[in-house]
Design a binder for this molecule. Structure first.
Ligand SMILES: C[S@@+](CC[C@H](N)C(=O)[O-])C[C@H]1O[C@@H](n2cnc3c(N)ncnc32)[C@H](O)[C@@H]1O
Length: 390
């Protein structure tokens, strides 16, 4: 089947996540900057659980005619066949890049009424696109209802049906509902943590890897690793409070999601010291959001000296982490950067003498690293993947 992965607000990172974890999907192509069309035989519901950066997965409706009238008749029939749960037919339409299809929702209603006696409800929105929340709340997944998404791919129209939607309620529960949160220390959005983990894992089976976060804070990375299926988790932080918070978060996750196989070892440790607590080459992947520096007041930025201190901290941490990582392991870091005026920390200095080199994240787009930022934030994160080499 042909699937369309609809990426969230960071499409480059979402594509890097998808094609790192599932390299066989790299052959797909991108439409309108955030819809990735590819042949795929995996279950969409399972794929959705694995990924942090995909908001919807659609399945292309095959065999539709290029003639608009025939296309509408075919799709009306498709909607009728998919909505089997209730007598009423419920559907919604999203239109991407194809303003000429504005009236398609109403045309479908007429065609459905010509083919069937069932009553019809069309879910409308002010935007040309229905959100994942609307799709879920209005029940627009078969057999209850249908969302059809029309996408213009060069000159051709692709019609696809939504088959999986990101579980926004569960993400929010993990983000805000768990214990041990500490926003002051800085917390990684859980979706970003999952994307980083998938970028680090590559094609490795999550249940067979050990994951280490040497700047664990309140444990966001390790929670997402546990939910992906990793059972050997290590975390450390220089602050005892962070260690306690991470333990609390992981206990909560284990209970909440019934993850009886998960084992974790969380300890107080300075990431720049040789990782005495852990055996040599015991981590398959290291994923971390590094220390961001002191919290900033409005309009303030770190001084040149403070930025240099961060560079030195990361450099020394990487030198020590070399002993803990397996020889074919990967490190994925979220390194802070100043959004405006844009100023990245010097990566060559961070890597100097560490034995690590950048493993480009999205080679086909010429992106060695990817910048993650939210519109209202002054500090963004540069996502970097490292492997051993000079
Ligand atoms: C940005 S926070 C990480 C937050 C974490 N990703 C989360 O979502 O909860 C960075 C953490 O690095 C810790 N830290 C600072 N210097 C450190 C060092 N030298 N060694 C280990 N941890 C350190 C801080 O205590 C802080 O908890």
């Amino acid at each position: 089947m042909k699937l369309v992965f609809q990426f969230g607000s960071q499409p480059d990172l979402s594509r890097a996540e998808l094609t790192s974890r599932f390299p066989e999907l790299a052959a797909g192509h991108l439409v309108a900057g955030r819809f990735f069309i590819v042949d795929c035989s995996e279950s969409p519901a399972w794929l959705m659980e694995q990924l942090g950066g995909v908001v919807k997965i659609l399945e292309v409706v095959e065999g539709i005619s290029k003639k608009p009238d025939e296309m509408i008749v075919h799709l009306a029939d498709h909607i009728l066949k998919q909505t089997t749960e209730k007598p009423k037919v419920v559907y919604g339409v999203s239109i991407i890049n194809a303003p000429e299809l504005k009236g398609v929702g109403i045309a479908l209603k007429r065609a459905i009424q010509e083919q069937s006696e069932r009553s019809v409800r069309v879910v409308v929105s002010r935007d040309p696109e229905l959100s994942s929340a609307t799709v879920t709340l209005e029940g627009l997944l078969p057999p209850r209802g249908v969302e059809l998404v029309f996408l213009k791919d060069s000159s051709q129209i692709v019609a696809a049906q939504t088959v999986a939607v990101q579980a926004f309620g569960e993400w929010s529960e993990r983000d805000y509902g768990r214990p041990g949160r500490d926003a002051k220390r800085g917390m990684l959005p859980p979706k970003l943590a999952k994307m980083m983990l998938n970028i680090a894992l590559g094609a490795r089976e999550p249940s067979s890897v050990s994951v280490y976060d040497p700047f664990c804070g309140s444990g966001t990375v390790l929670i997402e690793a546990a939910l992906l299926g990793a059972t050997r988790l290590f975390g450390s932080d220089i602050l005892k409070q962070a260690v306690d918070d991470t333990k609390l978060s992981l206990e909560w996750t284990r209970k909440q999601f019934n993850l009886t196989d998960v084992n974790f070892d969380v300890f107080k440790h300075d990431a720049t010291q040789a990782a005495a607590h852990m055996k040599r080459e015991s981590a398959d992947v290291i994923v971390a959001e590094t220390f961001l520096g002191r919290p900033l007041k409005k309009g303030e930025s770190l001084s040149a000296g403070e930025k240099q201190e961060l560079v030195t901290l990361y450099n020394r941490a990487l030198k020590s982490l070399g002993a803990v990582l397996k020889s074919d392991g990967r490190i994925v870091l979220a390194i802070p950067f100043q959004v405006a005026p844009r100023e990245l920390l010097p990566l060559h200095e961070i890597l100097e003498g560490t034995g690590f080199t950048v493993d480009p994240i999205l080679n086909d787009a010429g992106l060695k690293t990817i910048l993650y930022m939210r519109p209202d934030q002054r500090t963004g994160r540069q996502i970097v993947r490292l492997l051993r080499g000079v």
